[in-house]
Design a binder for this molecule. Structure first.
Ligand SMILES: [Zn+2]
Length: 374
């Protein structure tokens, strides 16, 4: 696994998680080592921290020209006044935009989150938020559903069950219910810019993926694993390569680096996993022949099955590595408004303090203090 063996092209990783500000240095070192030119950090809801907005702000404050950030919603403070949730979510999006966030990240359609939060994505509560995102031309990175085997007791892998992502007990929304909500939202908002994460979990059904992309020109898929995608694509290698060539302007490189650090304060970024993810997705796109899955992501391996590389031409790689993201976002990240960021972080820290009835050493407090000293 030698990053210098990969194509010398500018690469933007559009899907990295940074849950804690303490991980900033780890990520700086890894992005250098992996030759990433730019990154997009995605913040999700978090039961202890509210969301990862503090950490992604801290990173962007240090790397303002190379870091895009997609904010996460606050599902906690809105509970104080449930009747006004629709306006509150729209106002959150406006505040994120004013603070210099580049986009919004939604994990709210991952089955476990959709079950817990229990707000239909296409219902009245989120309706003003979608309208606001469309009006602001603010892109959304949206995780919807999961691989179909996660609903299937027999096919669901053991590591998935251990993560609490087996959905076959009848209490979780069905995959098709989640898809129907997306269909309604993107049909209602044709100018909404959307990146559906993890290939929209349609890698086992490329004709359906093609129909969806044809019907919704402002939607892209990111290529963030779900490692199942590499094996699904092998069902018909030629059709898959054809798909990548035909839809090369609708696919976006991403890795989910940092995702395994979510909810685990005090742990470093998993270096082997981060390098393994990034190397393998690039190896798959760039090279030909049977590919070795790196040790850092050994849990992706399937005995007797070897993914083959797509060896895409340079033009397709440039689209996937940067141009498609730039078309939805901008070439350079929006400027952070530091005073607005500090205000937002202090509100978040105060809310956590009040909820705990004591002073909490939250990420929001740490980053608010850091930024006030700039
Ligand atoms: Zn992710």
């Amino acid at each position: 696994m030698d990053f210098n063996q990969l194509r010398s092209l500018p690469v933007l990783d559009a899907h990295i998680h940074l849950p804690f500000p303490a991980l900033v240095t780890d990520l700086e070192e890894l992005t250098d080592e992996m030759n990433l030119e730019r990154i997009n950090l995605v913040s999700t809801p978090d039961v202890a921290e509210i969301n990862h907005n503090p950490a992604v702000i801290a990173y962007k404050a240090k790397h303002p020209t190379t870091t895009f950030i997609c904010g996460g919603l606050d599902h906690f403070s809105v509970q104080l006044d449930p009747a006004h949730m629709p306006e509150a979510f729209a106002a959150q999006v406006r505040s994120l935009h004013e603070a210099g966030f580049d986009g919004l990240k939604l994990l709210e359609s991952k089955p476990i989150a959709r079950k817990m939060i229990n707000i239909p994505m296409d219902g009245p509560i989120y309706a003003p938020m979608w309208a606001e995102l469309e009006a602001l031309s603010m892109p959304v990175v949206w995780h919807v559903a999961d691989p179909e085997e996660f609903w299937d007791e027999e096919k669901c892998p053991a590591w998935v069950k251990q993560s609490g992502w087996f959905y076959g007990d009848g209490t979780y929304p069905l995959k098709e219910t989640l898809y129907a909500e997306v269909e309604t939202v993107v049909s209602r908002h044709p100018n909404l810019k959307v990146i559906l994460a993890h290939f929209f979990f349609l890698s086992a059904d490329l004709p359906r993926a093609a129909r969806f992309l044809d019907a919704h020109p402002n939607v892209c898929f990111d290529l963030t694993p779900g490692s199942e995608m590499f094996f699904n694509f092998m069902q018909d290698f030629n059709a898959s390569r054809e798909f990548f060539l035909k839809y090369q302007q609708r696919l976006i490189f991403g890795t989910d680096s940092g995702a395994s650090a979510v909810g685990k304060p005090g742990q470093p970024l998993n270096r082997a996993e981060t390098l393994g993810r990034t190397y393998f997705v690039r190896d798959f796109l760039e090279n030909a022949g049977a590919l070795e899955i790196p040790d850092g992501v050994a849990h992706w391996r399937r005995p007797g099955q070897e993914p083959q590389g797509l060896s895409l031409p340079a033009e397709a790689l440039q689209n996937i590595y940067a141009h498609n993201f730039e078309r939805l976002f901008e070439k350079t990240p929006r400027a952070l408004q530091l005073s607005k960021c500090v205000e937002m972080l202090e509100n978040q820290a105060n809310f956590l303090d009040q909820s705990a009835r004591t002073t909490v050493n939250s990420s929001a407090r740490q980053v608010a203090v850091q930024l006030s000293q700039i």
